[in-house]
Structure formats: C-alpha cells, structure tokens
Ligand binder design. Sequence first.
Ligand SMILES: Nc1nc2c(ncn2[C@@H]2O[C@H](COP(=O)(O)OP(=O)(O)OP(=O)(O)O)[C@@H](O)[C@H]2O)c(=O)[nH]1
Ligand SMILES: [Mg+2]
Length: 493
Amino acid sequence: APRWLCRKKRSHVAATGVCAAVFQRSGVWRSPRMLHSETSGAASDDRKSALLQKPGSASKLLEACLSADGCLETSLGPETFSEVLETLCRQNATKHARTLINALCKGQSHSTVFAADEHIMRVLPTYVDLVRRERDLEALNVIREALEQGKFGHALQKVTLVEQVYLSSVQLAIEREQLEEAVATMKALRRFARRPSTPCPPPGESSDGSESLTSNFDAVAQQFESERTERFCKTMRMFSKARDFRGLFLTMDAVQLCGLSLSAAVLDCLAQCAVREVSFVTGAVSMDTMPDGRFPEAAFFGRSNVGKSSLVNMVIGRKALAKTSKTPGKTKQYNFYLVNEGDPTNAFYLVDLPGAGYAKVSKGQRLEWERMFGSYVRERKKLRVLFHLIDSQTGPLEEDARLMSSLAGTLPVNEGRGKTQGNRALHYVVVLTKIDKQDGSVPPSVFDRLEQVLESTGLLSSREIPVLTTSAQTKAGREAVWQYLRLLHKHWR
Ligand SMILES: Nc1nc2c(ncn2[C@@H]2O[C@H](COP(=O)(O)OP(=O)(O)OP(=O)(O)O)[C@@H](O)[C@H]2O)c(=O)[nH]1
Ligand SMILES: [Mg+2]
C-alpha cells in the first residue's frame, strides 16, 4: 500500500505516514530490509528535505521505526533522526519531539545504536532546554532514567547533558517549591557523578577508549566549561533564594564531583548565596558585652597583623566590612558580624578577634588578652570553629606557641570533633595567611616548624589538625575556609 500510494500520489510524506500507521498497527513488517525498501531513498536529499518540511509526518515514521526494533539505522539513519528532532525543537513542536525521545529512551536495542552517536548528543541539549522551558518534569525524568541506565555513551557531551538534565529537574522542583525533591535530585546527581565509570574521565584518559574523545577532551571541556558553571551557579542562586542552604552546599559538592574547578565565579556565587545579608553587631570588650549566643559562631584569632580582618572580608565577599590596617593592633575588640539575620536556620556569627600581642603591648595587657580568650573559648557554647591565623612567611612564633599551649587544655579531643564539655564540638583549624607573598606557596620549613610546635604544645597528640593556606589578595583558599564554616550548621553538611 505505501509503495502504491507513493507512486500514485507521488507523495513521500503521505507514504511515510501510511508506513508508520501500518507498522504501528500490524507490527508485521519488522524486518529492517522491508522497511528499508519501503522508505528507500528517504535518506536521499530530496526525500529527506520533504521529510523535514513535514516533521510531524516524519516523526510518525521515525516513531514507527523505533518501535519496529532496530530498523532506524538501516532505513533512515541517525542523521535524519536528529535532523527531524532538531526541526521539531526549533518549531517548538514539543509534543512530537517528546514522543520521539521517549520512544528512543524507552526502546531497547535502538539505544545502543545511538549510544555513542554524536548526532543525538547534539540535539538533546536543545530538547532538554525546550522541555525545561515548558516545565515538563516528566519528560526530563525519562531522559534521566535512560542516562542512569547507561543508554548513551560516555562522551563529554554526555557529562554536560547529565548535568543539564539533573539541574533542570532541580530548578523545576525549586520553582514548584518542592525543596525535598530538589535536594533529593541534587543528591542523585552527586551519586551519579561519583560512579566510577561516569561521568568525567580525567583529561588525557578516555572512559570509552575512543581516541578522538581523548584528543578532543580538553578542547571540548573548555568549550562547555562556562556554560556548565553558569548552570550550577544558577541552581545555587535558586537554592539560596528559597533559603535552602542544604541544597546550596550539595550543589557545591556536585560542582567538584562533576570535574569542574571551583573557579572564582563559583566561589563568588557561593559567598553571595551563603551570605545573603551581614551586619556588624557589636565590638565586645568583655564576656558580658558579647551578643547572646543564639547562633553558631566561628572565630578568627592570631597575632596582630596576620590578616584576620582581611580573611573575614574575603570569606564573606565584602571588601571592607571588617576594618584592616597596616599598623598592628587595628582591631581592639571582639567584633561580632551577624550573617543572615533574617533567616534563623542559616544565621551565624563571624568573630574577628583583636590581635594577640605585638611589640607595643605591655605584659599586663597581654595577660588580660589571654584571660579573656580563655573565657571566650570555654564559655561560648555555640563556638564551633576556631581559625588560628599564622603568617605563612614567618610560621608560628612564640606568641602562637603560647596560644596553642593554652588551647591544648581547653579544646575537645579526637580530631577536634570530639564531644566533650556537654556535647560540644569545637574545631580547631590552622590557617597560613598571605601566601601570595611567596607566589602562592609556603616554604616546607614553615610546615616543619608548625608541626614541631603543634606537637610540643600537646595539640597534635590527641587530634588531627587541618592546616589551610590562604591569601586575601588572590582569594586563594576560600573554598577550604567555607568547608569549615559549613560545620556551623548540621543541616549544611
Ligand atoms: N599581601 C597580602 N597582604 C595581606 C593579606 N591579608 C592581609 N594583608 C595585609 O596585612 C595587613 C594587616 O591585615 P589585617 O587584616 O588588618 O590584619 P589583622 O590580623 O586583622 O590585624 P589586627 O586587627 O591589627 O590584629 C593589611 O595591610 C592587609 O592589607 C594577604 O593575604 N596578602
Ligand atoms: Mg583586625
């Protein structure tokens, strides 16, 4: 009948439509050869263009091909398939496009035909964008499932596609205020990214062994990097707007697991999202003048001029909130900054301490400083993280050793995470600052000396102590500081 129709009416499009109907109805003509003979020439240029003019009919045929196991490649080829799909997407013919993609994703053998196919990979992102715009979560889920079952290849395009599909689903869920669902989907992306075979082979290695992929990897990775980064940042902004910081930090994890660097853009976005508002609360001169301990807090302490105030500014992404100065002794009080005041579940204090000791300070003042510091560490029940800042050029000096000795008796044991003093977990973190002054590195001798001092003061014996390196000038080390600030709230981890 189709052949007859085709000859009689000279209409390939009509013929293909009939073909489709016959295949679908009867299920008889399943042989690829048969299909090929009926639609032979469909791949030839004029027939193809005829098909492309009527993508609706073409899609019917293609759908029939897909349900007639394995015929597509012999009859029309993936190129035509993706061209029709592209035309459908361009014309916003979502319904037809969706039918085709669903048939492809749910099919068995065809998926392998398309597994490593570049054509389909080229079109799918456009399709994903289309269904995302139409807020069709179900259509996204169909692709997600197919990807999770490994139906498509492992090319980098797939990696970006996986992210695009997951992040689109997450964004849709946030828009619908289904935050639990959004978080669950982000966790699924994290799991997916952790799988050994997917998604991202390191540069120079190919997960499917194809050489062209290996050689192109860097170029392709670069081409997609900004687009991928922007997608993650957009998701972070949406989580932050919905005041769901769990999702925000999960997205951060996913950025790294998906093989993207924590670029300045990502970290700026994190700082903006996690610090929605910040205000100076008070400059306390005694324990009584400190604000009430409603929110968890992190404190920055160390010798004068090591860069405490500068680090506070860098971490929260504000240029001059905490006052800095070349002259040691600028900060004279315990300066409390309250972050996210309007959002109690995500609020916290950052405390910028006055410098511990410098040349002009008298012995009495020094003892007074130490006494207050001791009370602060012991009595502030919501103090969760203590950052001890040390200049990376000098390494720990005498004053630092004294501070460490005094802390050795006060800090909880076990990696600094132990629960002593009534369920209290207090993390002690060493931060080597101003690493830009030596081209971003720290001399090994400084690390050696630090280890020596930590050991001699007894701090190392009962716990592991993380050592971070930072620069307020180049903003190096921001992400590491944030990983510790993340410990402030349980639900952020
Ligand atoms: N090159 C460089 N300079 C820095 C860095 N961090 C801070 N500084 C400079 O070091 C000086 C002291 O910085 P502050 O942040 O005021 O130090 P502080 O520890 O708060 O000092 P006090 O409040 O006096 O205890 C300033 O001139 C800063 O510009 C850094 O990472 N790199
Ligand atoms: Mg200061």
